[in-house]
Ligand binder design. Sequence first.
Ligand code: AHG
Ligand code: MN
Ligand code: MN
Length: 336
Amino acid sequence: MVNRKVLTLDEFTIFQKRQFASATGELSGLLRDIGLASKRINVEVNKAGLVDILGDHGSTNVQGEEVKKLDIYANDQMIRVLQHGISCAGIGSEEIDDFVIFDDEVSLNSKYVVMFDPLDGSGNIDVNISIGTIFSVFKRITPLGTPVTKADFLQRGDRQVAAGYVIYGSSTMLVYATRRGVNGFTLDPAIGEFCLSHPNIKCPPTGNIYSVNHGNYYQYDKGIQEYINACQQKTKSTGGPYTQRYIGSMVADVHRNLLKGGIFMYPTTRDKPKGKLRLMYECNPFAFIVEMAGGRATDGKKRILEVEPNDLHQRSALFIGSPLMMDELEKYYPLA
Ligand code: AHG
Ligand code: MN
Ligand code: MN
């Protein structure tokens, strides 16, 4: 029996749209399309241990990193739904070197561009650990009816219209943010629908979790090392010791900290002087979501959402989480 009191993702977005007389429904359509792609990805992710879809795809992506088959499958599904929908004029993906223009009549007249990481944490696929999909939505700045250009994609994060992620975990969840707030939907496998399970998500002002790759400790700046040391001690300033949690899928790590309160860090290292994570489809969407939930996000120098992008695949350091923990970090590692 379907519980009629539970709002599905489609019902929720239509309900939201109705509150705005001027809304065209294109954003609702976009979220529905992404929800559909993520259900298809979810089916394959859940079969990952059973079918011969595991292992390297035998190619490297534009970042020079190993590509797994599921990355490609997820990328294809995202492109397919967005290209065939009525809301998206072009995409940028971790798996594709350049942005992609959708040049059919309907797409040329669509108002959004979407950037995504089709499968985040893909190194965790073979070991049954949560992975995800991350997306960022901008309104195009070029005129409707024309092909999108690089300028439509390289917009500052504070111009995002919506951003979200899907986590393929102990349950599958889709969380998305608009300027009106952050809402989470859990996939009910019995009916194949995302159902509103976490309305109006708020990031706790503080928490007791810090998430960082400790293996890189000796490659971090001194201020970060000192903050990490403080996290491990019962000091007056941090109220620690905190609990350390880091599984190497940022979707899962940031999702947990968003719900429970915590801080996630991927600082620059000697080997990765620009950081590892990608601004346009990892840092920006999470910065938007976490800020809309009351948290903060910086690259260690400035607010992520104010960073001027110059490349689709540009990397960034990331510090993100509960606002009081971010304040504490900045006593050790002040913003430039
Ligand atoms: P992706 O699988 O899309 O390449 O992203 C992996 C990212 C991110 O999810 C995670 O937080 C980070 O890489 C982990 O990096 P380290 O193994 O260097 O800690
Ligand atoms: Mn990723
Ligand atoms: Mn990825």
